[in-house]
Design a protein around this ligand. Structure first.
Ligand SMILES: Nc1ncnc2c1ncn2[C@@H]1O[C@H](COP(=O)(O)OP(=O)(O)O)[C@@H](O)[C@H]1O
Ligand SMILES: CC(=O)N[C@@H](CCC(=O)OP(=O)(O)O)C(=O)O
Length: 288
C-alpha cells in the first residue's frame, strides 16, 4: 500500500508541470545517433507518448545520417560532407529518400502506435509538409540535391496536434517542380519550430551537450550565448554534425521559439527531465 501511495504522490507532484506545458508545442529532433540505439529510442518514444497522453504537444522531426551512411556503403557510395551537410547526387538522393522518408519515418510512426500512442507520418508518400529550395553555401560549393526549408504547412501539423496525434516528419522537402531535396535534420527541425512558434525545441543527440573538448563529457557547457557559440564554431571546438545543430539553435531563437536545448537522448527520460527540472539537462543556447 505504501508503494502505491508514493506513486500517487509522484503523480500529484507532476501535476504542476503537466499543467504548465499542457497545450504547448515541443519540437523534438531525433538524430541518427539515437535512432541507432534501440534502448534509448524506446525510452524516448515512451516519453513522447507520455507527453501526448497528458496533453503536451510533441512534434517529431527525424534525421538518420548513420542509417543513410550504412545504406550508401552497401551501395559502394562513399559519403561526402561539407560543413556537416551531405553532398547529395542522384544516386545518393534515392538512398536518402528510401531510408529517411521511407523506412525510418514509417518505423518511428509504427513504433509509437505499437507502444500505445497515436502518430501520423508526414512524408512524400502521405502528406508532405516541408517545402523549400536548393541550399547554396556561402563558400559557393555545390551540394547537389540539398535543400533548405522555406515554407511549412502548419495547418496539417496543427490539425494532428489538435486530434492528439504525434506528427512524425522526415528531413526532406519539396522544391520547385516537385523536386525532392535532402535537408539537414537540425535545420528542418528549426524551420518547423519557428513555423509553429513552439515553446521548446529539443535536439536529442548522442552527446550530453556542447563540450569544450568534444571527447570529454566533463567539459559540457550548460549555457551558451550567441557570441560564444560563433567563436566556438570559428575556433573549431564545435565541429562536424554539431555545427548545423548550433547554427539551427541560433537561427531559431528570437523567432518565436522560447527555449532551445541540445540534450543526450541516451540518458533515460532526458526529454521529461528537460521539461520538468528547472535547470534542465544538456546545453541551453540563448540569445543575448
Ligand atoms: N564541441 C562539441 N561538443 C559535442 N559534440 C561535438 C562537438 N563538436 C563536434 N561534435 C560532434 O557532433 C556529434 C553530434 O552531431 P551528429 O553526429 O550530427 O548527431 P545527430 O545524429 O544526433 O544529429 C557528436 O557525436 C560529436 O562527435
Ligand atoms: C543535407 C544533409 O546533410 N542531410 C542529412 C539528413 C539526415 C540528418 O540530418 O540526419 P542526422 O540528424 O542523423 O544527422 C543527411 O543526408 O545525412
Amino acid at each position: 500500500m505504501q508503494e502505491a501511495i508514493a506513486k500517487a504522490d509522484t503523480l500529484i507532484e507532476a501535476m504542476g508541470w503537466i499543467r504548465k506545458f499542457r497545450g504547448k508545442t515541443t519540437v523534438i529532433k531525433l538524430g541518427g545517433s539515437v535512432l541507432d540505439d534501440e534502448n534509448a529510442l524506446l525510452h524516448i518514444l515512451l516519453d513522447v507518448i507520455f507527453m501526448e497522453t497528458v496533453g503536451m504537444k510533441p512534434v517529431l522531426i527525424h534525421g538518420g545520417g548513420k542509417a543513410i551512411n550504412r545504406a550508401l556503403q552497401a551501395a559502394r557510395i562513399e559519403p561526402q560532407f561539407v560543413r556537416g551537410r551531405r553532398v547529395t547526387d542522384d544516386a545518393t538522393l534515392e538512398i536518402v529518400e528510401r531510408v529517411l522518408a521511407g523506412e525510418l519515418n514509417v518505423f518511428l510512426t509504427e513504433e509509437i502506435e505499437r507502444l500505445g500512442g497515436r502518430a501520423m507520418n508526414l512524408s512524400f508518400s502521405t502528406t508532405n509538409v516541408l517545402f523549400g529550395k536548393p541550399l547554396t553555401l556561402d563558400t559557393g560549393e555545390d551540394l547537389g540535391h540539398v535543400g533548405t526549408v522555406t515554407d511549412v504547412d502548419r495547418s496539417v501539423i496543427e490539425g494532428l496536434l489538435y486530434t492528439d496525434q504525434v506528427p512524425v516528419i522526415p528531413s526532406m522537402c519539396e522544391g520547385e517542380g516537385g523536386r525532392h531535396l535532402n535537408v539537414n535534420a537540425d535545420t528542418a527541425a528549426m524551420a518547423v519550430a519557428q513555423a509553429l512558434g513552439a515553446e521548446k525545441l529539443v535536439f536529442l543527440s548522442d552527446v550530453n551537450g556542447v563540450r569544450r573538448d568534444k571527447d570529454d563529457p566533463e567539459t559540457i557547457i550548460h549555457s551558451l550565448n550567441e557570441q560564444e557559440a560563433m567563436e566556438l564554431i570559428d575556433s573549431g571546438v564545435i565541429d562536424s554534425g554539431m555545427i548545423p545543430k548550433v547554427q539551427a539553435c541560433l537561427d531559431t531563437l528570437g523567432r518565436g521559439v522560447k527555449k532551445v536545448h541540445i540534450i543526450d537522448g541516451r540518458l533515460r527520460h532526458s526529454l521529461l527531465l528537460e521539461i520538468y527540472t528547472s535547470q534542465g539537462v544538456g546545453t541551453e543556447i540563448y540569445k543575448t
